[in-house]
Design a protein around this ligand. Structure first.
Ligand code: XLS
Ligand code: NI
Ligand code: NI
Length: 440
C-alpha cells in the first residue's frame, strides 16, 4: 500500500501494532493483520470493512437536532465533486487504519439524482473514480447494497410494496447497485430488509408480500449471475425498525424463508449484533443458528445499549460477549465469504476527526482480543471435551440408535421402565462461565 495522502485527517498517521502495553491511543494493542490464530491470519479471519454510510455520511443528526459533526468532505456544491471528496476522505481513512475493505449503499457513494438516468450517470462517474482509488491502494469491496428505505417512495416497502410501480423502481435500483458492485469487484452483495415488512396487518397481505420478496430476490440473483457475479448474497436479519415488523425477523426466520423459496444455494446470512439483541437473542445465538444452517456468511459489528430498545449501532467493546461469539465462529470454521463490517456510528457528541480512528481501533482490537481468547478457551480450558461428554450417552448403544432414527417411542417407553429414574447430571453453567473468563 502506498502511503496515504493527508488531507482530511492531518493529525493521524498510519496506525501500527504496538502491543498491549502501549499508551499510544493511535496504535493497535491486539490487532496484527498477519498474526496467526487457529490456522489463519487475523486479517483472513476478519476482513474488516468500513461502513461508508456511518463513517462518511453520518453527521450525528438525530430526531431532535441537526448534526454537530463537521464533515469537511461534504462541502462542495456539485454532487459528483462532493462524492469524490468523500471518497478521498474514505480512502485516506482506510489506508491509515489498514482497512482493506469497505461496504456501501448505492447512494452513499453519490447522492441520488432527480431522475433514474441522472442517478445512473452519477454512479458511473463515481465508480470510475472508486476503481482508480482501489487500484492505487489495493482496497476492495466486501459488499455492496442498495438503499431501498430512505426515499419516500419506499414508505410502504420496496420489493414488498403493494404498488408494482414501486417494486419496479426497487428493481432498477438493485440492478444499478449490482452493476456497481460487480464493476468494483465486490465480494458479496447484501439485502437488508429496510422497510420490507409492515406497520399494520390490517392493510397488509403478508403472504403476497413475502412471495413478491422471494420473486424479487430470485430475479436479482439471476441477473447478477448472468452478469458475472460469483460472490455470495447475504440477507441481514432485523426484527423491526424502521418497520414495526420486518419479514427478515431473525436468523431462524430467514433460514426458513430461504429454504422455503429455494434460495439457500445462493444466499447466506449477515448477522448484526444489535439486530440480534433487538430480536430478543444474543449475538452468539444468531451466529449459531446461521452456522448450524451452513449459512454463516458475514457480520455487521456493533453493539446495542442495555437501556435502549433500538438500533444504537455503537462500536463493539464487550469482550466477554465477543469471546463467546468467536467461540461459535471458530467452531463453525469461520465466516463463509464475508467479513466484519463496522456498521457502527460515533456518538452524536464525538465530533473530532480523530474519533473515527479511536472507534475503529477499539473495535478491531476487541475482535482480535476476543478471537485470541476464544482460541485459547477452545485449546486450553477443556470446554470442548466437557461439552462433548455432556452428550456422550448418544454416542453409542441405544442413544445412538435413537439419534439415527432407529428407536421407536415404544422402545423408549420400555427402556425407561427397565432402567428406572435417570441419575441427575449437572449442567455446570457456572463452571463453563469460569472457563471462558479465565482467558478473557
Ligand atoms: C440497518 C442496517 C443497515 C444495513 C445495510 O439497521 O444495519 O445498515 O447493514 O443496509
Ligand atoms: Ni447492518
Ligand atoms: Ni443495523
Amino acid at each position: 500500500m502506498s502511503s496515504p495522502e493527508t488531507v482530511y485527517f492531518p493529525t493521524v498517521s498510519t496506525i501500527q501494532y504496538e502491543g498491549p502495553e502501549t499508551d499510544n491511543p493511535f496504535a493497535f494493542r491486539y490487532y496484527q493483520p498477519d498474526h496467526r490464530v487457529a490456522g489463519r491470519t487475523l486479517h483472513e479471519h476478519f476482513k474488516f470493512a468500513c461502513a461508508y454510510w456511518h463513517a462518511f455520511g453520518n453527521d450525528g443528526s438525530d430526531p431532535f437536532g441537526r448534526g454537530p459533526r463537521p464533515m469537511k468532505w461534504l462541502r462542495a456544491a456539485d454532487p459528483v465533486e462532493r462524492a469524490r471528496d468523500k471518497m478521498d476522505a474514505a480512502f485516506e481513512f482506510m489506508a491509515k487504519l489498514g482497512l482493506r475493505h469497505f461496504c456501501f449503499h448505492d447512494f452513499d457513494l453519490v447522492d441520488e439524482g432527480v431522475s433514474l438516468s441522472e442517478s445512473e450517470q452519477r454512479l458511473q462517474l463515481i465508480t470510475d473514480y472508486a476503481l482508480e482509488k482501489m487500484n492505487e491502494t489495493g482496497i476492495g469491496v466486501l459488499w455492496g447494497t442498495a438503499n431501498l428505505f430512505s426515499h419516500p417512495r419506499y414508505m410502504n416497502g420496496a420489493a414488498t410494496n403493494p404498488d408494482f410501480g414501486v417494486v419496479s423502481w426497487a428493481g432498477a435500483q438493485v440492478k444499478n447497485a449490482l452493476d456497481a458492485t460487480i464493476k468494483l469487484g465486490g465480494e458479496n452483495y447484501v439485502f437488508w430488509g429496510g422497510r420490507e415488512g409492515y406497520m399494520s396487518l390490517l392493510n397488509t397481505d403478508m403472504r403476497r408480500e413475502q412471495d413478491h420478496l422471494a420473486r424479487f430476490l430470485q430475479s436479482a440473483r439471476d441477473y447478477a449471475r448472468e452478469n458475472g457475479f460469483t460472490g455470495t448474497f447475504f440477507i441481514e436479519p432485523k426484527p423491526c425498525e424502521p418497520s414495526k415488523h420486518q419479514y427478515d425477523y431473525d436468523a431462524a426466520t430467514v433460514v426458513g424463508f430461504l429454504r422455503h423459496y429455494d434460495l439457500a444455494d445462493d444466499f447466506k446470512l449477515n448477522i448484526e449484533v444489535n439486530h440480534a439483541t433487538l430480536a430478543g437473542h444474543t449475538f452468539q445465538h444468531e451466529l449459531q443458528v446461521a452456522a448450524d444452517a451452513g449459512m454463516l456468511g458475514s457480520i455487521d459489528a456493533n453493539r446495542g445499549d442495555e437501556q435502549n430498545g433500538w438500533d444504537t449501532d455503537q462500536f463493539p467493546n464487550n469482550l466477554y460477549e465477543l469471546t463467546q461469539a468467536m467461540l461459535v465462529i471458530l467452531r463453525a470454521g469461520g465466516l463463509q465469504g464475508g467479513g466484519v463490517n463496522f456498521d457502527a456510528k460515533l456518538r452524536r457528541n464525538s465530533t473530532d476527526a480523530e474519533d473515527l480512528f479511536h472507534a475503529h481501533i477499539g473495535g478491531m482490537d476487541m475482535f482480535a482480543r476476543a478471537l485470541i481468547a476464544a482460541d485459547r478457551v477452545r485449546r486450553e480450558s477443556g470446554i470442548e471435551e466437557l461439552r462433548r461428554e455432556r452428550y456422550e450417552s448418544f454416542d453409542a448403544g441405544a442413544g445412538n440408535d435413537f439419534a439415527q432414527g432407529n428407536l421407536s417411542l415404544s422402545e423408549l417407553h420400555k427402556r425407561a421402565h427397565d432402567s428406572g429414574e435417570p441419575a441427575m447430571t449437572s449442567g455446570k453453567q457456572e463452571l463453563y462461565e469460569n472457563l471462558v473468563n479465565r482467558f478473557v
